[in-house]
Design a protein around this ligand. Structure first.
Ligand code: QAP
Ligand code: CO
Length: 175
């Protein structure tokens, strides 16, 4: 399995992910390969579309107070469904698929999410704080939506300019 993060403006990120129907060893291997990619790139959340697989799969590992992300805090979320979205909060978001760019984004403060685990068992959680924000960010990926889509148009244009510049500089440095 190749392990490269799909980066904006790759159109792949606009694909709509589809439901997982088989909770088999392919799924387990995929989840097992996503975790080190997320951890090694300093991520707290990763949707499978970000490695090119358009399935309703995401993982999250919100750092604890010491900034650690132990495996026991890993959340594997398959086929999520959001409900009970309440309140409002703002957080400076980033995305592994939009490297080096961070901006304040408005989200719901609390959400409920029903989902399946890697074995197909059903669960639901109520989330607030950073977990709630991360869940909303990752579920957007499953619908082909990026956090930059939520910027006001003038800020979006500024982003496009800055991002192009960043990509150019990175290319010259030979990445
Ligand atoms: C989504 O984002 C998220 O630009 C997960 O150079 C973001 O893990 C959820 C990252 C904010 C909640 C709040 C971004 C790493 C990681 C970068 C990430 C970068 C290196 C982003
Ligand atoms: Co993202």
């Amino acid at each position: 399995m190749k392990l490269k993060i799909v980066e904006y403006p790759d159109k792949k990120l606009r694909e709509k992910s589809t439901k997982v129907k088989e909770f088999n060893s392919w799924l387990h291997k995929l989840l097992d390969s996503m975790n080190p990619i997320m951890i090694n790139t300093n991520g707290i959340g990763l949707a499978s579309i970000q490695i090119g697989i358009a399935k309703n799969i995401l993982i999250l590992n919100i750092p604890n107070e010491d900034g650690e992300q132990p495996d026991e805090n890993l959340l594997e979320i398959i086929n999520p469904v959001l409900s009970n979205q309440k309140g409002e909060t703002t957080y400076q978001e980033g995305c592994l698929s939009v490297p080096s760019f961070y901006e304040d984004i408005n989200r719901f403060e609390t959400v409920s999410v029903a989902y399946q685990d890697r074995d197909g068992n059903h669960h639901s959680i109520e989330a607030d704080g950073l977990l709630s924000i991360a869940i909303q960010h990752e579920i957007d990926h499953l619908n082909g939506i990026l956090f930059i889509d939520k910027l006001a148009s003038s800020r979006r244009r500024k982003f496009e300019k800055e991002y192009k510049k960043m990509l150019k500089e990175r290319k010259h440095k030979g990445k």
